[in-house]
Design a protein around this ligand. Structure first.
Ligand code: HEC
Ligand code: HEC
Length: 444
């Protein structure tokens, strides 16, 4: 059952119902009860519209493990020397730093793993201050760092700059078919530091796996996807972020919620410097000269989990709806072939991360006032969706840049701006077809 690519308002062919009725009355009852009213964007009839889902969305690196270690395993295709370096880098990634090995007197957490729990997301700020939660980015009105507080409120440690509290405001809504829902948005307050007049942005930690593959996507492929002026008129533009490369020269940004970092090395350096506020000399004494490079290598080469139940008809129907309602305009379902890079396991792989890595304006609902690079407060990088169905199995389940969405469904309902069309088309589906989209996401 695949959605029709032509957007004709549809009714299921009566002959189908008749056949089903003849064969099995119970089946007919199921169809009538479970599928609900005909959706506005075209009924699920057989077309070739379903994307050809690549089981191994991370190419040769893919792991079929689907348990709580699903985001923590090494790229399957790596040879022994690379696996050893992976293990070397895992140590500083997991290590709880203390003042003796370089942890700053003010910091946001004492380890990478503390925020990227199970290599997944940070704990949500559910009205209380957890051991490690989302972080609050800060900037002066012109985007530059605050002279005392820097670019992030460091809310832990003996010299903590202040305390961050997040309260949630619920806003009820309803689908066109009357199904109610409620969305929550964060209200941030800071004690102990004066952040009035500053631009702020609350950020939850995204999962860290498959980063080396995203890094290995050819810049030319991303340039080809960018459509800054929406020349094809589909309502979805998408532009490249700019960031400094590892050689200092300007290049394309890929990592972070606004793609503000160009490489995993740059992201890792930023994490050590800002999240842990690390003294590199002390850390080098403890973990060796190349602890930064090793940690980045580890982060680049964590395996991507395989798609599950790819042949389940519901998953395939959900995948087809995903394309038809327009999700794939940003969360691309077509594969990339990675470039040849310094790590063989990451090179020349066919991968499907379900992202274009471009910046999109997702509307005022998700916007804050802190620009980064060329990204405005309203623009966010399309996050990869690979592995997203295992989020709750691995650790903390909440979505979007500040962790406001408690479910995948809520994440979709927050989409606006360039994704307004996709969100309304999703909302116009029957409850049963919406469930198919969510079933598809849960299989990633
Ligand atoms: C205090 C919590 C915290 C700690 C500790 C932390 N991170 Fe993060 N990490 C984040 C947040 C928040 C983001 C998103 C940042 C943004 O967009 O502003 C992030 C983003 C990332 C990303 C980018 C992922 C993507 O797809 O965009 C990588 C890679 C990463 N972190 C690696 C690390 C490593 C390696 C360490 C340890 C050196 C580390 N992090 C420590 C919170 C943390
Ligand atoms: C115009 C581009 C665009 C379209 C179309 C789009 N998305 Fe997104 N999606 C994004 C961006 C950008 C974000 C990150 C927003 C944020 O964090 O504030 C996102 C976030 C998400 C997330 C949360 C990811 C995470 O890691 O927390 C999910 C799930 C998701 N989208 C699914 C969908 C589905 C399903 C559709 C179709 C109904 C869709 N998206 C359509 C750009 C898009």
């Amino acid at each position: 059952m695949y959605p029709n690519s032509s957007q004709t308002a549809g009714r299921r062919p009566r002959s189908l119902f008749a056949a089903a009725g003849l064969i099995c009355l119970v089946g007919l009852a199921w169809l009538l009860i479970d599928r609900g009213p005909a959706p506005a964007v075209g009924a699920p009839v057989l077309t070739a519209d379903a994307p050809d889902l690549l089981l191994r969305s991370g190419g040769g690196t893919t792991t079929v493990h689907a348990g709580d270690r699903a985001f923590s395993l090494s790229a399957r295709s790596m040879g022994l020397p690379d696996r050893i370096r992976f293990a070397d880098g895992d140590v500083p990634f997991e290590h709880p730093f203390g003042p003796e090995d370089g942890l700053g007197a003010s910091h946001n957490a004492d380890s990478c793993l503390g925020c990227h729990v199970g290599n997944g997301r940070s704990p949500a700020a559910d009205g209380f201050v957890a051991d490690a939660g989302p972080v609050l980015l800060l900037a002066l009105a012109d985007g530059s760092p605050h002279p005392d507080l820097g670019q992030q409120l460091q809310d832990r440690g003996t010299a903590a700059e202040g305390t961050l509290t997040v309260d949630w405001v619920e806003k009820p809504g309803e689908y066109p078919d009357g199904t109610p829902f409620s969305l929550r948005r964060p209200v941030v307050s800071v004690d102990g530091a004066d952040v009035s007049g500053l631009a702020t942005s609350l950020r939850a930690a995204p999962p860290v796996f498959g980063g080396g593959l995203l890094e290995a996507i050819d810049v030319a492929d991303l340039r080809a996807l960018a459509d800054p002026d929406d020349a094809d008129g589909d309502g979805v533009s998408g532009r490249l972020q700019e960031a400094a490369g590892d050689d200092g020269a300007p290049t394309v940004g890929r990592f972070g919620w606004k793609a503000q970092h160009a490489s995993i090395l740059a992201t890792t350096r930023h994490a050590f410097d800002v999240d842990l506020h690390l003294d590199h000399d002390l850390a080098t004494e403890a973990f060796g000269d190349d602890f930064l490079g090793d940690t980045a290598f580890y982060t680049r080469t964590v395996a991507v989990p395989a798609i599950r139940d790819r042949d389940d008809p519901d998953v395939r129907a959900g995948a087809a709806w995903f394309t038809q309602v327009g999700c794939a305009a940003c969360h691309r379902t077509e594969p990339y072939v990675t470039a040849t890079v310094d790590v063989q396991a990451l090179s020349d792989e066919v991968i499907t991360p379900f992202t274009d890595l471009l910046l999109h304006d997702l509307g005022p609902g998700l916007a804050d006032d802190l620009p980064q690079g060329v990204a405005t407060g309203a623009e966010w990088r399309t996050p990869p969706l690979w592995g997203i169905g295992l989020t709750g199995v691995v650790g903390h389940e909440h979505y979007l840049h500040d962790g406001r969405a408690r479910t995948l469904e809520e994440a979709i309902l927050w989409h606006g701006g360039e994704a307004e069309g996709a969100r309304s088309a999703f909302m116009a589906l029957s409850a049963a077809d919406r469930a198919l989209v969510l079933r598809f996401l849960s299989a990633l």
